[in-house]
Design a protein around this ligand. Structure first.
Ligand code: ATP
Ligand code: MG
Length: 284
């Protein structure tokens, strides 16, 4: 593969993108230290990808699996906020970026990388394709991920520059998890993500139906706010595994907003149980 020319750019935190380098080689060697790379994607926005990606990463690390999460949503990077990493200044070591780390249990740390660590809060990222590809190359090749069991990649909705770059830059992606909601449109939404994965030779690990039913905390009655079963039906029609459904739980919103991983702070909830079941299937 041809060597890539990387533009010189200076970011807050002192990180300097290099002059000329064969980043692709660096990416291949860096990614070689990570056993399973998982893309979390969806056909449309706001279905709970970041929520799921954050809880998946946290749960994996909690179970003793060395894990990193890459926020590849360059225009809407929400991973740091959901993990309570609001004011992080990244360090560099030998011209490499040291990812942010959050403690998980006694001696475990989840590694986190996001464009949000490199820009001023509220500054929009106004980049076209080539700059976005460049940033993702740096995130994969220049971040000291070290040896990991899992790298979870949170993507923006759709099948644009970010998922395409990630799919093309990482040589051996373990698979994609597609998050959807229970409405009938889940089929159309998921179809695009499934076809994207298939075209790029990425195994679809399965579909997650999020926001599936709401149990009233006062009377206990269950209401299917967004209908029920769209994700499961989509999985069946598209011939990919159905990983399970996660109910609506107001504590998910609360926890996301204050940067607490829901799976830890509400371990005994139905939603946490569902997330754990889904993770077990992903790990198989
Ligand atoms: N099961 C759930 N119950 C209640 N709220 C949820 C649930 N899943 C996600 N949410 C909330 O829905 C909102 C959107 O979730 P999230 O940001 O994870 O979606 P997304 O798919 O990553 O969005 P985007 O496409 O913008 O990246 C957040 O406020 C989150 O807390
Ligand atoms: Mg998101």
């Amino acid at each position: 593969m041809a060597a890539l020319t990387v533009e010189r750019k200076t970011y807050k935190g002192g990180f300097r993108m290099n002059e000329k380098e064969d980043l692709n080689k660096l990416i291949v060697s860096r990614m070689g230290g990570i056993n399973k790379k998982i893309m979390v994607m969806s056909g449309k926005g706001g279905v709970g990808k970041t929520t799921f990606a954050v809880n998946l990463s946290f749960a994996l690390q909690m179970n003793g699996l060395k894990t990193g999460i890459l926020d590849a949503d360059l225009h809407g990077p929400n991973v740091p906020k959901m993990l309570g990493l609001d004011d992080v200044t990244l360090e560099t070591k030998d011209d490499n970026i040291v990812p942010a780390k959050i403690p998980v249990g006694l001696d475990r740390q989840l590694k986190v990388m996001s464009i949000a660590f490199l820009i001023r809060r509220d500054d929009p990222v106004i980049w076209r394709g080539p700059l976005k590809i460049n940033a993702l190359q740096q995130f994969l090749g220049k971040v000291e991920w070290g040896e990991l069991d899992y790298l979870v990649i949170d993507l923006p909705p759709g099948t644009g520059d970010e998922p395409l770059s990630i799919a093309q830059l990482i040589p051996d992606i373990h698979g994609s998890v597609i998050v959807t909601t229970p409405q009938d449109v889940a089929l159309a939404d998921s179809r695009r993500s499934v076809n994207f994965s298939k075209k790029l030779g990425i195994k679809v690990l399965g579909i997650v139906e999020n926001m599936s039913g709401f149990v009233c905390p006062k009377c206990g009655e269950k209401t299917d706010l967004f209908k029920m079963g769209g994700g499961e039906k989509a999985a069946k029609d598209l011939g990919v595994p159905f990983l399970g459904r996660i109910p609506i739980d107001p504590n998910i919103v609360q926890d996301s907003d204050v940067g607490k991983p829901f799976i830890l702070s509400h371990k005994e909830s139905d939603a946490s149980r569902s997330i754990r079941d889904i993770i077990d299937k992903i790990k198989k």
